[in-house]
Design a protein around this ligand. Structure first.
Ligand code: 5GP
Length: 111
């Protein structure tokens, strides 16, 4: 059974895709929490950060985030990269993804 995000990756469900490479597809969040809010999603289905295999190089997610942030002009002003994991992390879609948020001043601590 494919996840919601796999359906977006396969173009079965429409989304505003802004970047893709061999490892990830990135698209605008449907409920943006900042002027720039992009989800970076590995093509391979993994439930979340906790189920990412111990072995292997997962820096492709960070590399994609860095490139997208640059493309959206966020590299100078700054941005935030968030992985929500499980219940306390308030993860709602069980397919690993990073939120890239920018275009406004963030606050800390997060809610
Ligand atoms: P999570 O809560 O799992 O960390 O993040 C899931 C994100 O997916 C949420 O920010 C939510 O707005 C976004 N989302 C849920 N359904 C869709 C959809 O159908 N299309 C897009 N583009 N984003 C979605």
């Amino acid at each position: 059974m494919s996840t919601l995000f796999t359906k977006i990756i396969n173009r079965d469900i429409p989304a505003d895709i802004v970047y893709e490479d061999a490892h990830v597809v990135a698209f605008k969040d449907i409920e943006p929490q900042a002027p720039v809010h992009i989800l970076i999603v590995p093509r391979e289905e993994t439930e979340g950060l906790a189920s990412l295999p111990d072995e292997g190089d997962h820096t492709y997610i960070l590399n994609a985030a860095k490139k997208i942030a640059f493309e959206f002009g966020l590299d100078k002003s700054g941005y935030r990269l968030v992985f929500n994991q499980g219940e306390h992390g308030q993860q709602t879609v069980p397919h690993l993804h990073a939120h890239l948020l920018g275009g406004r001043q963030m606050s800390w601590p997060p809610g």
